[in-house]
Design a protein around this ligand. Structure first.
Ligand SMILES: C[S@@+](CC[C@H](N)C(=O)[O-])C[C@H]1O[C@@H](n2cnc3c(N)ncnc32)[C@H](O)[C@@H]1O
Length: 383
């Protein structure tokens, strides 16, 4: 694998050139393409129409209604609901007949009041309605690393608790989109492993009115099937067969801390003095849904791509992908997530050059002339 800085260097201007066509990828690999522009514009552009009916999964984390004005996605209230819901019919056009839309979205609070905003919920209901979509399942993402917020009510007045989860809605135009929970099985808890080994447990009716059959827990299904649950502290345990910790890991309560450990993308941004995207999705979350809902070769679309976590994981997992991000700096620096040798096309604003290797064996005069005129200083791929 080649590395940015070590094997290849890239120059990213602060801004894109005026008049740049948003329907042209800012970079592309054999499997996917990253676009820079407003999703509502890019997705309606002619070249993207060839992807209609192709996406097995639309997987995204949209901007949510903010209390304070910030860059993109600063719409509020009714305007936000209208804007968000308008994506439902648009995204549906891209879906394969048995495809899914998965949206991760945070909670919002009323400005200046210790009261939660229902804008996101209203927007979601309108989205379902406008798209003629079904809610296949709701997931909760508990983020253990989240800082206490909203600060005013949690830290200062101490009248609310830390808001530490976001919702994930899995939707589809059909009741039975492609899905297979056998691909996301978790390792059994030690007690469950023991139970399968020994075949010994107390069958019968439990206080919670569960009936546990004689054979129910004797079959080894190669892992725990993710059940449906709501709250990390209120984790039900079936006679301690599944411990709270294992349960949280195995369920659709996805405990994925987004602590932003050092990764290639982070280093790429730091080395170039670029802003690291502040709301990156955790890798484990993307992997979970890609495994659950798609196969190799399927297309995944992310209309609010940010630092293109979705595209990079799709690439690693052999899926095709298309991502859109409105902000040039986020879109351009997301290239740092990819092996430079996988890049097959790049916008003419970005120039990639091969770095001269200091450890290379000495070349004779003819070889040196040929090498210097062919590699270093030469842009490799431009569109
Ligand atoms: C929550 S972030 C997505 C983060 C992303 N999942 C990641 O892992 O980096 C939402 C992104 O949507 C972008 N955005 C906001 N409005 C947009 C629009 N109309 N079209 C495309 N992108 C937009 C924002 O700039 C932001 O980067």
């Amino acid at each position: 694998m080649a590395h940015w800085g070590e094997h290849y260097e890239i120059k990213i201007p602060e801004k894109s050139r005026p008049g740049r066509r948003v329907s042209k990828p800012i970079y592309a690999t054999e499997l996917g393409a990253m676009y820079c522009g407003l999703a509502e514009k890019v997705l309606k552009s002619q070249p993207l129409k060839c992807l209609h009916g192709q996406a097995q999964l639309v997987f995204t984390s949209p901007p949510f209604p903010l209390n304070t004005k910030k860059r993109y996605g600063n719409l509020q209230g009714k305007q936000y609901i209208k804007w968000f819901a308008s994506f439902a019919p648009l995204l549906k056009k891209f879906l394969a007949p048995n495809g899914s839309i998965v949206i991760e979205i945070g909670n919002a609070w009323e400005p200046g009041r210790p009261v939660m905003s229902t804008t996101v919920l209203q927007a979601f209901l309108r989205f379902l309605e406008k798209g003629g979509l079904h809610l296949c399942q709701e997931f909760v993402w508990y983020n253990s690393a989240r800082l206490p917020s909203p600060i005013e009510w949690v830290n200062k007045e101490r009248i609310r608790v830390k808001d530490a989860f976001t919702r994930i809605w899995w939707m589809s135009p059909t009741d039975r989109p492609k899905a297979d929970n056998r691909r996301i099985l978790r390792e059994y808890s030690p007690s469950m492993k023991r139970l399968i080994e020994t075949g010994k447990y107390n069958a019968g009716l439990r206080p919670a009115q569960y009936y546990i059959g004689e054979e129910s827990f004797k079959t080894d299904n190669n892992g725990a099937i993710p059940p449906n649950v709501g709250d990390v502290d209120g984790v039900p345990s079936i006679d301690r067969i599944v411990t709270p910790k294992d349960f949280a890991e195995a369920t659709n309560l996805l405990k994925a801390a987004n602590t932003g450990s050092r990764d290639a993308y982070r280093e790429f941004c730091v080395d170039r003095g670029a802003t690291i995207h502040p709301a990156r999705m955790p890798k484990s979350l993307v992997e979970f849904f890609l495994k659950f809902l798609t196969d190799k070769g399927d297309l995944i679309l992310d209309p609010f791509g940010g630092s293109n976590t979705t595209g990079a994981i799709a690439e690693d997992m052999g899926r095709r992908w298309a991502s859109v991000e409105a902000e040039w700096a986020y879109a351009a620096h997301s290239i740092g997530r990819f092996d430079p040798e996988r890049i097959v096309e790049v916008d003419s604003d970005l120039s990639i050059v091969e770095v001269e290797r200091k450890d290379e064996v000495a070349l004779d005069d003819d070889q040196a002339t040929a090498a210097s005129s062919s590699s270093a200083d030469m842009p490799l791929f431009t569109s």
